[in-house]
Design a protein around this ligand. Structure first.
Ligand code: NAD
Length: 316
């Protein structure tokens, strides 16, 4: 492997340390940020993510609550939980874990969130602010992608603003939570942006675009979708995908990304591993947004800038 492996765990550890200090400072002012997760059903990734977030919330000193509902819960019950959390003054931020069972509409739960507690910017008002380049909270996964890229570009001796302006940046995947907000952040940074999804793949257009990317962000949920022949020499590749694979029907689960790391590393300048790339930063960013929400609720003002080192619009 010749590419640089970008170490998300190291960046996450730094962010986590500064977050713990911030929570301590807020505690001295009598404020304790509170995170609530809403977990409906038995999905393995949702439960795994809930456990990680719970551990981190406890580690940095935030109040934490998980509202778990059974797989056959009615949408009305899930909506009632979201409404209850909106009214709870101990809760600063609410995360709705995905995937939801089919009878519970993601869009309905998102609309029921209190926008001030919408730390993933999924409520229509928050998504609109993000699209206008004035996000209240930058959603955790795309924020992590660009935190990692901004840091890597700076540490490799480049000016990030200039590099983005000169880059073709391709985002594979167009979900409301990851792909679309990643496109917004890429546009804010002045990159020339291309968005591809499953339709692009179906139409045979996907790799025609990925092969032109200077910076490639992949969030499709398809293990090993991107191989060496799909990228250009010197690409900087960010793998958002987390796919749980079993070696055999009864075998151990291991996690792989959407990029075939070893293969693409033969051509890439730099690549993020799975696990250990985007994921660890995402977890910390969610808590960072929770702390920002607690500050907003108390009128204390914004915490560390969501977009380091770049001239982006302030939190509205
Ligand atoms: P999603 O299923 O909501 O959306 C997937 C997107 O990828 C869709 O736009 C779809 O059209 C597109 N897609 C599917 N197959 C494709 C193909 N063959 N070619 C091109 N595009 C294709 O998923 P999501 O929530 O956006 O998550 C995507 C991946 O990122 C998943 O593996 C998920 O586990 C992972 N994820 C990781 C983090 C993290 O912190 N690292 C956070 C959230 C999600």
């Amino acid at each position: 492997m010749s590419a640089v492996l970008i170490d998300g765990r190291m960046y996450a550890a730094e962010l986590s340390a500064s977050l713990a200090d911030e929570v301590e400072e807020l505690a001295a002012a009598g404020v304790r940020p509170g995170l609530a997760t809403v977990l409906v059903g038995d999905s393995y990734p949702a439960h795994a993510y809930e456990r990680r977030v719970r551990r981190l919330a406890q580690k940095v000193g935030c109040h934490y609550v998980c509202e778990a509902l059974p797989d056959d819960a009615a949408e009305a019950d899930a909506l009632a939980v979201v409404g209850k959390l909106g009214a709870d003054p101990r809760i600063s931020g609410v995360l709705i874990l995905r995937p939801l069972p089919p009878q519970v509409s993601e869009a309905s739960l998102y609309r029921a969130l209190d926008p001030i507690k919408d730390i993933e910017s999924v409520h229509p008002i928050s998504a609109g602010l993000l699209a206008l380049g004035r996000p209240r909270y930058v959603p955790s996964t795309p924020a992590s992608v660009f935190h990692l890229l901004d840091r890597y570009l700076t540490e490799s001796g480049r000016d990030p603003a200039q590099t983005y302006a000169q880059s073709n940046l391709v985002v594979v995947g167009r979900s409301a939570n990851v792909g679309k907000p990643a496109l917004m952040l890429a546009m804010e940074r002045g990159a020339t942006v291309v968005s591809c999804d499953e339709h692009s793949h179906g139409a045979g257009l996907l790799f025609e675009h990925t092969v032109r990317a200077d910076i490639l962000v992949v969030a499709a949920g398809v293990p090993g979708l991107i191989r060496v022949e799909h990228v250009k020499h010197g690409v900087i590749a960010v793998d958002v995908g987390i796919n749980a694979i079993r070696d055999s029907p009864a075998g151990k689960v291991h996690l792989v990304g959407d990029i075939d790391t070893a293969d693409v590393a033969r051509r890439a300048e730099a690549i993020t591993p799975v696990p250990g790339g985007v994921g660890p930063i995402t977890d910390v960013w969610l808590l960072h947004n929770t702390v920002s929400a607690a500050r907003l609720a108390q009128g204390i003002g914004a915490s560390f800038p969501a977009t380091e080192g770049l001239q982006l619009p302030a939190i509205c």
